[in-house]
Each structure stands twice: as structure tokens, then as C-alpha cells.
Design a protein around this ligand. Structure first.
Ligand code: PGA
Length: 255
């Protein structure tokens, strides 16, 4: 049985004060929660304060990016050790916004991933096709390329510590969600790739990301191969993020 993960990616939102206020409220809402892991990913500036706020709660904290070097002349970058010191246990790597806006490649994803693993972080590695890829029937080719490049040279042991997030680029921030069956099809494909490359993929957790909301989480989570969600916009309000975290309730509320 794979333990689900609901992760909120705040992107470039929230000051330190806003992040701490959110974390306090969320902490109260998720006390005693066991059905899934809850992760929030504030911007770098708020990591330490948010991590302090959620200490001794079921909430884990993720950074949104990491550099592969331990230290050095990399203006604007942050190392895995720095992230750990700030109180993070997870890090998002290879988000499509980083790939598009910062020229991140499968090779840099791979280097970042290794640095994160070496520092004891749990990497949440994002993959996903653009609309052009999907329309051209290239979804599986793109996922296979991102998977092979991103996870090149890892041992099965390394791989067992990774969370994959399937995020079709056309569904991010657009309000256009992949249908549960569409997402599940890609998840099954990714699981087959993992099985081929690393032998055992039964324990691999694959999250879906792209316009996840309280209204669609139950349908997504009903899919056998969807093990959680990486939520952007709907993770910014405590009410909507808590509703997503409490998806078993939404499932029960459905007719
Ligand atoms: P969204 O973002 O939920 O706002 O579509 C998802 C993501 O980018 O992780």
C-alpha cells in the first residue's frame, strides 16, 4: 500500500509572515491526520520560519529548487545542505516552470537529484508534456526522455527514495485538469518505466499536478495509480488546501 502525499507548491507567493500564519492554521487543521503525508513548499525566504512553525506536526516542508554543488560561486542559488539546515525534508526538482524559465534540463535535474539524495532530502521530481507534445502524440516519448535523463545512473535504492510528480504542462495554472483516467494512463506508463529501469516500482509514489482543486481531488485519488497531488494555486488558501488534504471526506460527500 503506497502512502499518499498531498503537497502544496506556493511558487513565488507569501511573505515570511503570511507563510507562518498559513502554517499555524494548517497545523491546527491537520492535527491527528494519518491518511496521507502533507508537504508544503514555501519560497526560500520563508522556509526556516515555516519549518519552525510546523515542527512536531504531520506537515513536512519542501524547497522548490536546489543547486547540485555543496557550495560555490553560484549567485542566487541554494544548496541541499542549506535547505536541510532550514528545516526541509523534501525538495521539488525539475518543475516545468524551472525548465521553461531557467533552462533546466534532464541533466541538471539529475545532478540536483543526486545532491538532494546525498543530503538526505526526499526529491519530488516533476515530469510532464506540453500541449504541443500531447497533440502530436508524443506524451510517452517526452515522459520516457525525462525519466531516463532525470534518473540516469541511480541505484534502485536511490530510486526508492524518490517521489515523481506527473504534471502535464498544459494543465498547470490553466484550470484545465487532466481527467483522472488521462492522468492515470501517464502514471501507469511512468510506473512501467520505473519497473523496467529499477525492477521494483510497486512502492513508487506518483503524484498528479495541474489545476488540482477541492472539486476534482476525490476523482483523481480514486484512481489506483494516482498516489497524491502536487497543488499550486489551490494550495495558497488554507481552506482549499485543507479540503484537498481531506480528500477522503470529499469522496464521502459525493453522491
Ligand atoms: P496549479 O500548479 O495547481 O496551479 O496548476 C501545479 C504545479 O505547478 O505544481
Amino acid at each position: 500500500m503506497r502512502h499518499p502525499v498531498i503537497a502544496g507548491n506556493w511558487k513565488m507567493h507569501k511573505t515570511i509572515a503570511q507563510g507562518v500564519a498559513f502554517a499555524r492554521q494548517l497545523k491546527a487543521r491537520v492535527a491527528g491526520l494519518h491518511h496521507c503525508d502533507v508537504v508544503i513548499a514555501p519560497p526560500f525566504t520563508a522556509l526556516a520560519a515555516v519549518a519552525d512553525t510546523v515542527r512536531d506536526s504531520p506537515i513536512a516542508v519542501a524547497a522548490q529548487d536546489v543547486h547540485w554543488d555543496r557550495e560555490g560561486a553560484h549567485t542566487g542559488d541554494v544548496s541541499a545542505g542549506m535547505i536541510v539546515e532550514a528545516g526541509c525534508s523534501h525538495v521539488i526538482i525539475g518543475h516545468s516552470e524551472r525548465r521553461q524559465e531557467h533552462g533546466e534540463t534532464d541533466e541538471t535535474v539529475n545532478r540536483k537529484l543526486r545532491a538532494a539524495l546525498a543530503a538526505g532530502l526526499v526529491p519530488i521530481v516533476c515530469v510532464g508534456e506540453t500541449l504541443r507534445d500531447r497533440d502530436a502524440g508524443r506524451t510517452e516519448d517526452v515522459l520516457a526522455r525525462q525519466f531516463e535523463g532525470g534518473f540516469a545512473g541511480l541505484t534502485a535504492q536511490d530510486f526508492s527514495r524518490i517521489i515523481v510528480a506527473y504534471e502535464p504542462v498544459w494543465a498547470i495554472g490553466t484550470g484545465r485538469t487532466a481527467t483522472p483516467s488521462m492522468a492515470a494512463e501517464s502514471h501507469r506508463f511512468l510506473r512501467r518505466l520505473a519497473e523496467k529501469a529499477f525492477g521494483a516500482a510497486a512502492g513508487l509514489r506518483i503524484l498528479y499536478g495541474g489545476s488540482v482543486k477541492p472539486e476534482n481531488i476525490a476523482g483523481l485519488m480514486a484512481e489506483e495509480d494516482i498516489d497524491g497531488a502536487l497543488v499550486g494555486g489551490a494550495s495558497l488558501e488554507v481552506d482549499s488546501f485543507s479540503a484537498i488534504v481531506n480528500y477522503p471526506q470529499a469522496r464521502r460527500d459525493q453522491p
